[in-house]
Design a protein around this ligand. Structure first.
Ligand code: PMP
Length: 364
């Protein structure tokens, strides 16, 4: 393969997404989707857009979403960029800021895709290990450009991008925004705050974008708007940075139907508030029951919980649940630990899942 394919690509593992069985036979609590149906306004907007026709190219900037998001968050439309899911935005960000031989830093354990994107660029990716309580190491907070580990030997002065998912996956934990601002102020490069799950948290970093030109906030409609199948995300950054990133994106990275749908979803904040209320209530219940069953569960600010235990392996629990038609995510992070990441489903799905875990623990 080396004859044809760039060595960076041959040498990389490639990102592996969670299991996506097609059809409705499994209860899917493995990829942090929303268990509820999106706002009816979204379906109406898709029907209307289709009615108008699909023979023309879409608006290249997703202008309807830019305007709606700008109004909603009180930002300049020129500071909003749309993407085909936030994965697309993360690709554009990495391609814009990180060149071959340069350095991207990310916390660990977190979203593994960042590493794959750095690898595609032929860049170095350094993982900053979280403390056991999911705070960032003091050393990094105090000096985020310091030489930290083996990989950054001689490369820290080539630091081009830091990516911080907040809330983090798989832990659901958050770094306070005051800390994030302090880190960004010391950096020589942009700090992407990946806020895929921020609608389920108490605070977010959107208003820091104006305060610090290095902060870029990335959002998705996949989780809190129940639109993972639609593929839509947007980011908020300084207009000067957006101008550069627009050169990197595909000309028509979002299609007519998804632009119409995303604008309608963002415009229906009543739907979002009600959905958030339900998810947070079920999350509290999931967390409480899992702790009662003996799992360590860090307090979650997202739509999932991270469940570990030191007294027994958890992979057999994953396998048992799968046999019974319940998919959760088993994750094993080398140098850290393994655990089960369980997405918040409906009350019924969540209760049934925990009942099964209880049944398994009782008989083994
Ligand atoms: N960021 C994080 C932290 C995620 O967990 C995910 C979902 N896997 C994404 C980004 C990507 O979401 P999407 O591409 O569906 O917008």
């Amino acid at each position: 393969m080396r004859k044809y394919v760039r060595s960076e690509i041959v040498d990389m593992k490639g990102y592996v997404s969670g299991e996506q069985p097609q059809g409705n036979e499994a209860v899917k609590l493995n990829t942090n989707e929303n268990p509820y149906r999106a706002s009816e306004n979204v379906y109406d907007a898709i029907r209307q857009a289709a009615e108008v026709g699909l023979s023309r190219y879409p608006n290249p900037l997703g202008e309807a979403v830019r305007q709606t998001a700008a109004k909603l968050y009180g930002v300049d439309p020129a500071s909003v960029m749309c993407g085909n899911g936030s994965d697309d935005l993360l690709t554009i960000l990495t391609r814009t800021f990180v060149g071959s031989g340069e350095l991207l830093r990310m916390p660990y354990p977190s979203y593994i895709l960042y590493e794959s994107l750095a690898e595609i660029q032929g860049a170095f990716c350094e993982k900053i290990h979280f403390n056991p309580d999911w705070t960032l190491p003091k050393k990094f907070e105090e000096n985020p450009i310091e030489e930290l580990g083996d990989i950054s030997q001689g490369k820290a002065n080539n630091l081009r991008l830091v990516v911080l998912p907040n809330p983090n996956s798989p832990s659901g934990t958050v770094i306070p925004k005051t800390k994030i601002l302090e880190i960004a102020q010391q950096l020589p490069c942009p700090l992407v705050v990946d806020e895929a799950y921020a609608d389920f948290a108490e605070e977010n970093c959107l208003d820091l974008v104006e305060e610090c030109e290095r902060i870029i906030v990335c959002r998705t409609l996949s989780k809190s708007y129940a639109l993972a199948g639609l593929r839509f995300g947007f980011l908020v950054a300084s207009p000067k940075l957006v101008e550069q990133m627009l050169k990197v994106k595909d000309s028509y990275n979002c299609d007519t139907l998804s632009i119409a749908a995303a604008a309608a979803a963002l415009a229906d904040q009543d739907w979002l508030r009600e959905n958030r209320r339900k998810i947070l209530a079920t999350r509290a219940r999931l967390q409480k029951r899992m702790r009662k069953l003996g799992f360590d569960v860090p307090t979650s600010h997202a739509n999932f919980t991270w469940n570990t235990r030191s007294d027994r392996p958890v992979q057999p629990i994953y396998a048992f649940l799968k046999e019974r038609g319940f998919l959760v995510r088993y994750m094993n992070y080398p140098g850290w630990s393994d655990g089960l990441r369980i997405s918040v489903g409906t009350d019924e799905q969540t209760d049934r899942c925990v009942d099964l875990i209880e049944e398994f623990l009782e008989k083994t």
